[in-house]
Design a protein around this ligand. Structure first.
Ligand SMILES: CC(=O)N[C@@H](CCC[C@H](N)C(=O)O)C(=O)O
Length: 385
């Protein structure tokens, strides 16, 4: 069933209000200090009988105790914002200049609080671990959080996460068993040549020229080296170089990301990048340093639990379910799924601007629908067996 926005009350729910407050305080990975405090304040305002709260760095782990637990479920929400200058029409825009929740983590967190508060008020049989995870956009909080002491005795037997999807209508979810999101690797390339006067190019090695050439050459890896029946992406999202218009640049830097649907293709791409870098050094007598930064494992949905969830949503007609294709987005939730059966799904938020866009305005009606969906799903799960 697809929900039109007009059929839903205009008054914002408490969790929409919470999302708006979180939206105003986006913070970079592992610096989510205000966000952590905001979430803690909310958590401490709830009845505490069923709650145990731990912090890990800027993250939070909450145990909601079941009535007679046999299993433990998990919900994970990411917490960090992005370095984007917000350009929405909101009255509740970011108060942190140059930072924005442009990937929906404010929505993911408010949905997490909504499910949690619902279950505190109306407990289920099984335990649930709520994981508020820092640094999804980089350098990656999932892997170290999975290893942290605070999580070990509350490790879920099954885990769920969602991600907002601008392209789907509100009242729709999209997912699939198997691979949902790509393997990713960050890519940082530093080029060092010889600076000089703009009028004497023959006495210098211009790193603006090499940066431009390397960006173009990198794209030939996708078009000429990767099997056309496979999928891969190299995006250079940032170029830096030079100091002034009439000075030849001694240094330049490319920052980007690599996305693949297999580990083998990731290795192939990295070896081609290194070959092209060697060629640059020879051709332009410069130095090229490559750093792959944070690497994320693919998000691989557990077949059985994903299918059971999709069937349950269809049977209960809670939302419309689309079996989607995999996407080249990355998510360190892949590390949770490597260790714990579960799945991630896209939550339709119906907005013309995409993820990581300065104008993205997710439709907030999706928040209460997702709270209802996951809250009911956990209740149903805990009634099985
Ligand atoms: C859902 C989403 O947009 N995730 C990010 C994850 C970032 C991964 C890493 N920092 C990289 O750029 O490789 C994405 O960009 O897909």
């Amino acid at each position: 069933m697809t929900h039109s926005t007009s059929s839903i009350s205009a008054a914002p729910s408490p969790f929409v209000e919470i999302r708006r407050q979180l939206h105003q305080i986006p913070e970079p990975g592992f610096a989510e200090f205000k966000t952590q405090q905001f979430l803690l304040n909310y958590l401490h305002s709830l009845p505490q009988e069923r709650l145990e709260i731990r912090t890990w760095r800027t993250g939070i782990i909450v145990n909601v105790k079941g009535t007679s637990p046999k299993r433990r479920f998990g919900y994970r929400a990411d917490m960090d914002g992005l370095p984007i200058m917000e350009d929405t029409s909101y009255e509740f825009r970011s108060t942190h200049p140059g930072l924005m929740h442009a990937c929906g983590h404010d929505v993911h967190m408010s949905i997490g609080l909504g499910i949690l508060s619902r279950i505190v008020q109306n407990p289920i049989r099984d335990d649930i671990t709520f994981i508020f995870q820092p640094a999804e956009e980089g350098p990656g909080g999932a892997q170290p959080m999975l290893e942290c002491e605070e999580l070990q005795d509350w490790m879920p037997d099954q885990i769920v996460a969602l991600h907002i999807a601008p392209e789907y209508p509100v009242g729709t979810i999209a997912t699939k068993p198997g691979i949902l999101f790509a393997n990713t690797s960050e890519l940082f390339i530093d080029l060092t040549g010889k600076g000089g006067h703009a009028a004497y190019p023959h006495l210098a090695n211009d790193m603006v020229i090499t940066a431009c050439q390397l960006v173009s050459q990198l794209q030939t890896i996708i078009s000429r080296n990767v099997n056309p029946l496979d999928s891969a992406v190299i995006t250079i999202g940032k170029i830096e170089g030079g100091t002034k218009q009439n000075i030849i640049a001694e240094k330049s830097r490319l920052e980007g990301t690599i996305r693949t649907l297999s580990a083998a293709t990731m290795l192939l791409i990295k070896s081609r990048i290194e070959a092209l870098a060697d060629g640059m050094e020879t051709a332009y007598d410069c130095k090229v340093d490559i750093d792959y930064g944070a690497n994320y494992l693919q998000v691989f949905n557990h077949a059985e639990t994903t299918q059971a969830f999709m069937d349950w949503v269809r049977e209960t007609d809670t939302m419309k379910v689309i079996e989607c294709s995999e996407a080249m987005t990355g998510e360190d939730f892949g590390y949770f799924l490597e260790n714990i059966p579960g799945f991630m799904f896209w939550l339709g938020v119906d907005t013309p601007y995409g993820l990581h866009h300065s104008k993205i305005e997710p439709n907030e009606h999706a928040i209460d629908l997702a709270i209802e969906l996951i809250g009911s799903y956990f209740r149903w799960l805990s009634e099985q067996d």
